[in-house]
Design a binder for this molecule. Structure first.
Ligand code: SF4
Length: 185
């Protein structure tokens, strides 16, 4: 039986050597969750150490914070789709370079095109800038609706930033409240 386009894309990603990040990865970290019109697709920056080890996005401390938030608002990880701007861990968790982001854009775009979420949440500046093709700071991108491929997009803080700056969690929750209001209409 032929693979679905998303599984074909995953297969391609698992053997991808299109950028230097393939040299140091343990696992390619493809998106997980609901793959058929999920309420939300979360896009983070890049896999970290735990994600690289386990081959799953957002499973470290930042991922646990995101999962806790989802539980609080009545969702589980299985209700949403979760992925990253690049699928392989940058060494020492540095920000993925622009050429790495560009090399991986076909996987990010392909995942979002295939799962067709009702809303996209860009977690942090790297994801927001990659999706919106801008260099604007996250502070300038928060608080407004944007679109990606016709899908409403909201930019907010990355959970790893919220771990360092817990006082910003109220702003994250305000951003997410706007998303939940949209989903309720
Ligand atoms: Fe390929 Fe993306 Fe991994 Fe680079 S980060 S090797 S483009 S899958």
């Amino acid at each position: 039986m032929a693979l679905s386009p998303l599984l074909q894309l995953r297969d391609e990603a698992l053997s991808c050597t299109s950028c230097r990040l393939h040299e140091t990865r343990t696992h390619v970290v493809f998106g997980v969750g609901l793959t058929d019109k999920p309420a939300i697709a979360f896009v983070g920056e890049a896999p970290g150490e735990n994600e690289d080890k386990q081959g799953e996005p957002f499973v470290g401390k930042a991922g646990q914070l995101l999962t806790q938030y989802l539980t609080k608002v009545g969702y589980t990880r299985e209700h949403v789709f979760i992925t990253n701007t690049v699928l392989c861990r940058p060494p020492r968790n540095r920000v993925p370079l622009l050429d790495e982001q560009r090399a991986c854009a076909r996987f990010l775009d392909g995942q979002l095109d295939e799962v067709m979420p009702r809303a996209i949440v860009a977690l942090g500046a790297t994801a927001a800038q990659a999706l919106l093709k801008t260099q604007d700071r996250i502070g300038a991108l928060r608080g407004s609706w944007w679109t990606w491929g016709g899908i409403p997009l909201r930019a907010t803080y990355h959970p790893s930033y919220l771990l360092r700056e817990p006082n910003k969690r109220v702003d994250f929750e305000a951003d997410m409240a706007a998303v939940l209001r949209l989903l309720a209409t």
